[in-house]
Design a protein around this ligand. Structure first.
Ligand SMILES: NC(=O)c1ccc[n+]([C@@H]2O[C@H](COP(=O)([O-])OP(=O)(O)OC[C@H]3O[C@@H](n4cnc5c(N)ncnc54)[C@H](OP(=O)(O)O)[C@@H]3O)[C@@H](O)[C@H]2O)c1
Length: 321
C-alpha cells in the first residue's frame, strides 16, 4: 500500500482524496488543515482515518510514503520544506512556487535531504496530451511551425479569493499561465531562443492577463491567459506543414484532434474519464519507489523556469506601475 498524507482540505483536496480512494494500492492515511472542522469534514467525506488541525503534528504522528499539498500558493514552499525536513516526498499543487528564489531554495533543500519533490502539473500526464505529443513525435503534422495556447475565464472579483489575493499568492500567471507555459515545454522542449512578456494587473496588485511570445527551438509560440475572458476558446493548437493538432481545454484535456491542412479530422482521442489525477499519483509512486529525487515529466528545471517566468511577470507589473 502507498500511503498519502494531505496538507490542505479545500476544493481540490476533495478531488485528490476521491481519486486516491478509487485507486488500488493507494490510501490517504490522514489530512491536516488549519481548521479542525475542514479537516474533519474532508476525512468523513472520503473515509480518511485521521485528521489534524496542525500540519506538523500530522507529519510527526503518521507514517507516510508521500504528502500531497493543496493549500494556496503562498504556503507551498514553506509546507514543501516542512515535509522535506520530515523526509516525506512531496506532490505539491501548481503553481508550486511564487518565485524562482522560493523554488531554488526548496529544491536545494530537497536535494540535500535526498527527498523526492514534484509540482502537480497533472496536465502533463493526461492521456489526451500524451497522445497528441505522440502524433507530433511521429511526424503526423510534419515539421512544426507554430503553437498557440489560450486559457481564460472570469472568476468573480473577490479580493480575498485565491485568484485575486496577493497575500495568498494569487494572479493569472500562477493559476493558469503555469499550465500554458509548462504544456508548451512539454510539447516542444526547447531551447528557449526568445521570450517577450506582456502582463496586465488589477487593483489588488496581482496580474489578470498575460501574453507571452516565445521562440522554442525555432518554433513560434504564443501563450495567452486571462482572468477577464469569460468567452475565451480554451485550446492548444500546434500547426505543422502537413496538418495541425488541436486540444480543447489542454489543462484538463480529455480530447485531441489531428487535422489535415484542409481541416479534415484524421485522428481523434476522446475519453472523458481520462482527465484524472490518477496518472500523476502513479508517477509519484513510481519515482518514490525507484528512489528518484525528481520526475522526468515535471523535472525541477521545468518548475524553476516557470517560476522564473513569474518573476518576469512581476517585474513587468512593477515597471508599469
Ligand atoms: N490541478 C488542478 O486541477 C487544480 C484545480 C484547482 C486548484 N488547483 C491548485 O490547488 C491549490 C488550492 O486550490 P483550491 O481551489 O483547492 O483552493 P481553496 O479551496 O480556496 O483553498 C485550499 C486551501 O488553502 C488554504 N486557504 C484557502 N484560503 C485561505 C486563506 N484565506 N487563508 C489561509 N489559508 C487559506 C486552506 O488550507 P487548510 O485547509 O490547510 O487550512 C484551504 O483548504 C492552488 O495551488 C490551485 O492552483 C489545482
Amino acid at each position: 500500500m502507498f500511503r498519502w498524507v494531505m496538507l490542505g482540505a479545500g476544493n481540490i483536496a476533495n478531488t485528490f482524496a476521491r481519486t486516491v480512494r478509487e485507486m488500488d494500492g493507494h490510501e490517504v492515511a490522514a489530512v491536516a488543515s488549519k481548521s479542525q472542522a475542514r479537516a474533519e469534514k474532508l476525512a468523513l467525506t472520503h473515509g480518511i482515518p485521521r485528521f489534524f488541525d496542525d500540519y506538523e503534528e500530522m507529519l510527526e504522528s503518521v507514517p507516510a510514503d508521500a504528502a500531497y499539498i493543496s493549500v494556496t500558493v503562498n504556503d507551498h514552499a514553506r509546507l514543501t520544506q516542512m515535509c522535506v525536513r520530515h523526509g516525506i516526498p512531496v506532490l505539491c499543487e501548481k503553481a508550486m512556487f511564487r518565485s524562482f528564489d522560493e523554488a531554488r531554495k526548496t529544491f536545494d533543500l530537497a536535494a540535500e535531504r535526498h527527498v523526492f519533490t514534484m509540482e502537480g502539473t497533472w496536465s502533463l500526464f493526461l492521456p489526451a496530451n500524451l497522445t497528441a505529443r505522440r502524433w507530433l513525435e511521429d511526424g503526423r503534422i510534419g515539421s512544426c511551425q507554430d503553437m498557440q495556447v489560450s486559457i481564460g475565464f472570469q472568476p468573480e472579483m473577490d479580493p480575498s479569493s485565491r485568484y485575486f489575493s496577493r497575500t495568498l499568492g494569487g494572479g493569472c500567471a500562477r493559476d493558469i499561465t503555469v499550465y500554458a507555459y509548462e504544456l508548451s515545454r512539454f510539447f516542444l522542449g526547447g531551447p528557449m531562443e526568445e521570450m517577450e512578456v506582456e502582463a496586465w494587473g488589477c487593483e489588488t496588485g496581482v496580474d489578470i492577463e498575460n501574453r507571452i511570445r516565445m521562440n522554442l527551438g525555432g518554433i513560434r509560440v504564443l501563450l495567452h491567459t486571462s482572468f477577464r475572458a469569460p468567452d475565451m476558446e480554451e485550446q492548444l493548437v500546434i500547426t505543422g506543414e502537413k496538418g495541425s493538432i488541436q486540444i480543447p481545454h489542454p489543462h484538463y484535456a480529455s480530447r485531441a484532434f489531428l487535422r489535415s491542412p484542409e481541416g479534415k479530422v484524421l485522428d481523434t482521442f476522446d475519453d472523458p474519464a481520462s482527465a484524472s489525477f490518477r496518472w500523476e499519483i502513479l508517477e509519484v509512486e513510481r519515482n518514490v519507489r525507484g528512489g528518484k529525487l525528481e520526475s522526468p515529466v515535471v523535472p525541477h528545471g521545468l518548475t524553476l523556469s516557470c517560476a522564473g517566468l513569474f518573476d518576469l511577470i512581476e517585474e513587468k507589473l512593477r515597471s508599469e506601475g
